[in-house]
Write a protein that binds this ligand. Structure first.
Ligand code: OFO
Length: 185
């Protein structure tokens, strides 16, 4: 019996779905590393609240990766620990950091939507249902990233502007985690 036939007998997870989920694992792992690198830059530059916001965000992205990791293995697949390279370490400004975050989150949303669309098309309703958590999570993350970026326009960066933005980022982070009941999602 060929390997593919054995695999088909032992699980309902299709190989292409498994590949897409592994690509998403990689994306979440990279998100975590990317935000950790941004957190470090913010910390070094004295933006304490922005750094905490991003340290928390990096942890959440790892949790997103692990949730997928367990799902793939429990569904009979093989979750692959991604290679993470090419992470940027320096940024031109605090604003640039938050612009990059929003841009990145939009890419993640597109990738999640692609998996949901695929799962529906191949009638993999277990994966379709599992991915709904990510759909909601992405909507929340995009909203939060947009809120953060808006602070730069509302407050302005002159004078004590950047200091004030950093304070507001701290409040945004605290409010987001109070909303999620301290679940850190
Ligand atoms: Fe994993 O939610 Fe952001 O990227």
């Amino acid at each position: 019996m060929k390997e593919r036939e054995i695999v088909t007998l032992q699980r309902s997870l299709l190989t292409d779905t498994e590949q897409l989920l592994n690509k998403q694992i990689e994306m979440e792992g990279k998100s975590s590393a990317y935000y950790l690198s941004m957190a470090s830059w913010c910390h070094k530059m004295g933006y304490e609240n922005a750094a905490n916001y991003l340290y928390t965000h990096a942890d959440e992205e790892r949790m997103h990766m692990m949730k997928l990791f367990h799902y793939v293995n429990e569904a009979g697949g093989h979750a692959i620990q991604p290679e993470i390279t090419g992470i940027r370490h320096n940024f031109n400004s605090l604003r640039e950091v938050f612009e990059l975050i929003l841009e990145h989150e939009i890419q993640v949303t597109k990738s999640i939507n692609h998996i949901v669309d695929h799962a529906f098309t191949v009638k993999d309703f277990a994966t379709f249902s599992f991915m709904q958590w990510y759909v909601t999570e992405q909507r929340e993350e995009e909203t939060m990233s947009r809120r953060a970026l808006e602070l730069f326009d509302i407050i302005g960066e002159e004078g004590i502007g950047l200091w004030t933005i950093d304070q507001e980022l701290g409040k945004l982070n605290a409010a987001a985690h109070a909303d999620s009941g301290g679940q850190g999602e």
